[in-house]
Write a protein of this length. Sequence first.
Length: 136
Amino acid sequence: MLNNITFIQDILSNFFFFAGMFFVFLGMLGLYRLPDVYNRLHATTKIGTLGAFGVMMGIVVKLGFGPMGIKAITVGLFLLLTAPVAAHMISRAAHRHGVGLCEESTVDDYGKTYCIINSSCPVKHEETIEDEHEHM
């Protein structure tokens, strides 16, 4: 009976490890392939966080709720809470410093709002702002 439980535990932990590594690989691939800083942040934050959390869950399943398991849970929760906030702050700073979107991007709602509020907008959105006021 104990062998069956450890066998299932090993299968589950390996599943979480490989799923986590797969998502980390997808995040690295997105970092390499995507065109601009905003798309790259999206890929590395969402996918990388999910991958790291998968690896942490694999550690918890493998080692249980001992000292290492508690540390893995803590690290996983820390990543889930801080990575999206950090990515938002980095993308907001990039946008405010004039880092443009790639040519394929069609919507920049934050740029419209920011440029209406702040007259010293480094990113030029005059056409979209004028079009928006004409439709009102």
